[in-house]
Design a binder for this molecule. Structure first.
Ligand code: GRF
Length: 225
């Protein structure tokens, strides 16, 4: 850990289970992630991830999308809530809302998302089902900077897994999720250590090199430094 860089203030947005949130909480607890999780915000009051955050002593908030007339009003309330915590990075961890352009622009270059597919393949929902239907031999998960295009921003890091003939949505989702839990703490660490950024031309840059392709975390490999 670089003692010269203070922990990065982070706000994490969730909608449900929060297993990716948990992987981030655990990495911070293990001293493997130089961030301070200032708050976890959910758009669903019943999201299980809120309990995970509370158990870890993290401040939680709910901005219930059902209480707002439209996306713009919800996003404005969400942004106001986030701003109270002054994050250097907003982490979407299973946050199941499409965000307005204004919101995305406000956090341009400082908002990451995780998606359960090998982007740019299979943006959107039901990725595991769609991978099985197309007969793909490979599947995986991606971390990307958030831009206006849904699941369309520059991809930073991916993990790939083979798709087996006997796979079901359940088995595939479980194996992808294991990879997700490796990917997110690593990408957040790169950002917190100021190794990862989005440049002025909208490209992801790692250690000063423009990423024309995402870094691939293989199944066997230990996480790279
Ligand atoms: C993950 O598969 C993530 O990639 C997707 O939604 C799911 C959230 O799972 N965006 P969890 O809430 O982190 O357990």
């Amino acid at each position: 850990m670089n003692a010269a860089i203070p922990p990065l203030p982070v706000v994490i947005l969730i909608s449900g289970r929060g297993s990716n949130l948990q992987s981030i909480i655990d990495a911070v607890a293990d001293d493997a992630l130089p961030v301070e999780i200032r708050a976890v915000i959910s758009n669903r009051p019943a999201a299980d991830g809120l309990q995970r955050a509370a158990r870890a002593g993290i401040t939680t908030a709910v901005i219930d999308h059902a209480r707002y007339a439209d996306r713009a009003a919800f996003d404005q309330a969400l942004q106001e809530c986030i701003e109270r915590f002054q994050p250097g990075l907003v982490v979407l961890a299973g946050f199941m809302r499409i965000l307005t352009a204004g919101f995305v622009h406000h956090y341009q270059g400082r908002m990451l998302n995780i998606h359960p597919s090998l982007l740019p393949e299979f943006p959107g929902l039901n990725t595991h089902q769609r991978v099985l239907e197309c007969g793909c031999k490979q599947h995986g998960a991606s971390i990307h900077f958030v831009t206006e295009a849904v699941d369309g921003g520059p991809v930073v890091l991916q993990a790939r897994i083979p798709v087996y003939q006997q796979d079901t949505v359940t088995t595939l989702a479980a194996r992808v999720l294991q990879q997700e839990h490796r990917l997110y703490p690593l990408a957040i660490r790169w950002f917190a250590e100021q190794r990862l950024k989005l440049d002025d031309t909208g490209n992801a840059v790692l250690d000063g090199e423009r990423l024309s392709d995402p870094v691939i975390l293989t199944q066997e490999s230990r996480a790279p430094c």
